[in-house]
Write a protein that binds this ligand. Structure first.
Ligand SMILES: C[S@@+](CC[C@H](N)C(=O)[O-])C[C@H]1O[C@@H](n2cnc3c(N)ncnc32)[C@H](O)[C@@H]1O
Length: 301
């Protein structure tokens, strides 16, 4: 099972529930979510081009679980005739989305809607011609019910585009010259456990087989395509990519440190020490390689 939720790491210490979304503080995640989506822009652009090729110009595009609105603004670029509504549970993130739309000159056809998914979608004035949900569905307790609600908000002929899964993001070769080789693979295993716990802790959490086309079919939609998009920023990479790798590894370090052995913890500490020439801040072999899958389905009835 491959999860792609780098950037989703929240404060997940046992029993530490301080708000609604399991225990992830989305407002606090804003800088990382924004930096991630900005870095991943080439990947999203490919995904949007693929979507645009396969559908007529939408009137209303909804981004469900938009976060800071980087992708919502790319949707605005891709579909210049469309009105965009960014929907999210976190008002601070939507504030960033509105500021971004303003900066990019698309504010006149860009709106936000704050509230709990999927219920908040009832507040949309019109059915959506395209409903995009990237890495947000897996934060909802009942994914089957949420997909049914997404499907219900689509216009006839409208498309649901779901971005879930893909591959864990890689920054480093298997052997980095110190520590035990294969650190990434061991971090993946811990993240998979973290992810399972995060899902189990969600309100009204329901275990679900993650067969997205099957779930879209169960929601009354007709699956119309699946494609995986790559982000390939080879070494030597940019300062932005370094900062992103450092932010992701820092969150992993905070989240799963107590379950790493001492050797791996020491390796992570070296990788994160800006004074260390072998850290992600300086090492010449750092890259970003990510793969994210988009599933589409059409409402036919
Ligand atoms: C991992 S982020 C993805 C953000 C963005 N779609 C992207 O791809 O960059 C998940 C988003 O879902 C939102 N979210 C999580 N649970 C939610 C809920 N129950 N209701 C509304 N929004 C929620 C969070 O606030 C966050 O912005």
């Amino acid at each position: 099972m491959a999860h792609n939720h780098h950037g989703d790491h929240g404060d997940h210490h046992a029993g530490h529930h301080h708000h609604d979304h399991a225990d992830i503080d989305w407002g606090e995640m804003a800088p990382l979510l924004e930096a991630q989506a900005e870095l991943f822009t080439p990947l999203y652009e490919h995904a949007m081009a693929w979507l645009a090729k396969r559908q007529t110009e939408p009137g209303l595009v909804v981004d469900a679980g938009s976060g800071p609105g980087v992708v919502a603004c790319l949707l605005a670029d891709t579909f210049p005739g469309a009105r965009i509504v960014a929907v999210d549970g976190s008002e601070p993130l939507l504030e960033r989305a509105r500021a971004r739309a303003e900066r990019l000159g698309v504010a006149d056809r860009f709106g936000t809607l704050a509230g709990e998914l999927p219920e908040i979608l009832d507040d949309l004035d019109y059915p959506a011609d395209l409903l995009w949900a990237s890495r947000s569905l897996h934060h909802l307790g009942d994914q089957r019910a949420a997909l049914a609600a997404f499907a219900d908000r689509l216009a006839y002929g409208g498309t649901l585009a779901l971005q879930e899964g893909g591959l864990p993001t890689r920054f480093l070769p298997r052997d980095i010259g110190f520590g035990r080789p294969g650190l990434h693979a061991r971090l993946d295993a811990l993240e998979a456990e973290w992810f399972a716990q995060m899902r189990a802790d969600l309100p009204r959490s329901v275990a679900e087989t993650e067969d997205w086309p099957a779930l879209m079919t169960a929601a009354g939609l007709r699956p119309s395509g699946t494609r995986t998009f790559l982000l390939d920023l080879p070494a030597p990479t940019t300062d932005r990519a370094r900062a992103y790798a450092a932010a992701v590894l820092t969150r992993i370090r905070e989240g799963v440190a107590e379950r790493l052995d001492a050797d791996d913890r020491a390796t992570l500490d070296r990788l994160l020490d800006p004074e260390d020439k072998a850290s992600v801040h300086h090492r010449p072999d750092l890259f970003v390689l990510a793969a994210q899958t988009v599933y589409t389905a059409v409402r036919t009835r």
